[in-house]
Design a protein around this ligand. Structure first.
Ligand SMILES: [Zn+2]
Length: 205
């Protein structure tokens, strides 16, 4: 299957958001006399995902026909991630690459060490979690313990790829504000973004 422009943008949408934000803040930064630092986050979307067995008998969401079980699509996106990392490095930058199944499980089955390699080069590896992809439709009805178990399972697949530190996650694509406030991700306590397209941004004085 040929990768479409839409699929690529889905993979790298956060990078585009980072570019847009860079134009919005330079005046404030100059006024503060500080250095503007911005992170570039990449979402790896759950193409081909099915809900976790830990969620029990749930109804899968309608999904894209694209799937990371398609070798060509997997390899194209793995190549894209490596290319973006190389481009960022040329400019002194680093990425926060947020991954989930089935990209992670396909990487395991192929013996692809992409995330260990990139972490070793200074990039951050993180979790991107689509609740409907991994918990089925109406995930709000499931107990917090099930959410925690499935999120821990997702983090476990990333760790199995040789990643040492996972401190960041993003996701919660379709939940109400009241619902996501009640959720916490196990093992990822330092930062989180909700429906993130904007990069994390720091101004250092
Ligand atoms: Zn996403």
């Amino acid at each position: 299957m040929q990768t479409t422009r839409r699929q690529f943008l889905g993979l790298a949408g956060a990078t585009i958001g980072a570019g847009a934000l860079a134009f919005a803040l330079p005046q404030a930064t100059r006024a503060a006399g500080g250095t503007l630092l911005f992170g570039i986050g990449i979402h790896i979307e759950p193409f081909g995902a099915t809900p976790s067995a830990l969620a029990g008998s749930v109804t899968p969401p309608s999904s894209s026909t694209a799937s990371y079980f398609n070798s060509a699509l997997y390899q194209r996106h793995a190549d894209d991630v490596r290319l973006l990392a190389t481009i960022a490095e040329r400019h002194g930058g680093r990425l926060t690459i947020q991954a989930q199944t089935p990209f992670t499980t396909v990487a395991l089955s192929r013996g692809d060490t992409i995330f260990a390699e990139l972490e070793g080069r200074g990039h951050e590896i993180a979790l991107h979690f689509h609740e409907d992809a991994h918990l089925g439709r109406n995930p709000e009805t499931l107990p917090v313990s099930t959410w925690a178990a499935v999120m821990a399972e997702e983090i476990g697949f990333i760790r199995a790829l040789g990643v040492r530190s996972i401190r960041y996650w993003s996701g919660w694509q379709s939940l109400s504000r009241g619902c996501w406030r009640r959720r916490r991700s196990p093992g990822s306590t330092t930062r989180a973004t909700i429906r993130t397209l904007a990069p994390s941004l720091l101004i250092r004085r």
